[in-house]
Write a protein that binds this ligand. Sequence first.
Ligand code: SAM
Length: 254
Amino acid sequence: MAEKFLIEQAENLLRLPARPETPIVLMYTNDQRHRAEIYTEWCELRQVEEPMPVDVPSLYLDYQGIALCSPGNKRPFRLAEQNLHRRSVGARKGELARACGLNQGDLSILDACAGFGTDGLTLSMLGCPVTLVEREPLIWILLRDFARSFDNADVIFMDCRELLSLDATWDVVYLDPMFPERKKKALPNQGLQHLRYLTQDARADADLAELIQLGLSCANNRVVVKRRLKDPMVEGVNFQIKGKSVRFDIYLKK
Ligand SMILES: C[S@@+](CC[C@H](N)C(=O)[O-])C[C@H]1O[C@@H](n2cnc3c(N)ncnc32)[C@H](O)[C@@H]1O
C-alpha cells in the first residue's frame, strides 16, 4: 500500500524520537524485561516489583502493557480497549463516522493529533486503515504499545506538519488539536485530564487554519476538525456535524 510505504519512509527519514534530555522513566516488572528493552533508546529503564510514586509523568510496564504513572496518582492509568469496543458499538452511525464520510466505505484516515487514540482507534475498529501521529514522546510510547494489537493502525512519532508536508495522501485527514483550557468547572474525563497535564508545556499549537490547509493538500476526500461547540470556526467549512459537547467541521477537497 502506497501510504504504508510512505509511512515507513517517513519513519526512516524523520526517525523515532531522540532520547529526551531528561529521559522518560519506564518501570517494568521482571517478566517484561525484553519488552521494556525495546524502549531503551527513549527511556531510562528501572526494574520494579510494583509501580513506584513519581515526581514527573512516567511509564510502567507489566503483563497488561504500558500504563501512565502521574505524580500524586497511586494507580497507573491505562488505555482500555474495552472502552473503545463500547464506543465503537453503533459508532458507524455516530457523529465521528458521519463526519469522516464512512458511509462511502472504509476510507484511509490520518489522525494527525492522535493523543490517546480514542477517535483514531475507534475508526480503525470500524474497519478503516488509520495512521496515528503524535508529537509527544511519552504519549506516543503509550499509544504505540496500546495499539500493537490493531493490525490496521500505525502509530508514528512526528509533528504532523512534517508528515503533511510529505508527498503522501489519505482519504480523510482528521484534526483534533488540544482545545484551550475552559473556564467551566466540570472536569473533562480522566483520559483528557491526563492528556492536558502531559501537553501543558507543549509548544503553542500551530495555527489551525495552517493545519487545515496542509491537511487539504494530503486529503483525497476531506479534512475533519473536532471542535467544542462554541469554538470559533475557521473559514471554508463545507458543513458541520454537531454532538452534545463537540462538533465536527468538514472541509471538502475541491
Ligand atoms: C486533544 S488531544 C487528541 C485526542 C484524541 N483525538 C483522542 O481521541 O484521544 C491532542 C493531541 O494532539 C497532539 N498534537 C498537537 N499538535 C500536534 C502536532 N502538530 N503533531 C502531532 N501531534 C500533535 C497533542 O500532543 C495531543 O496529544
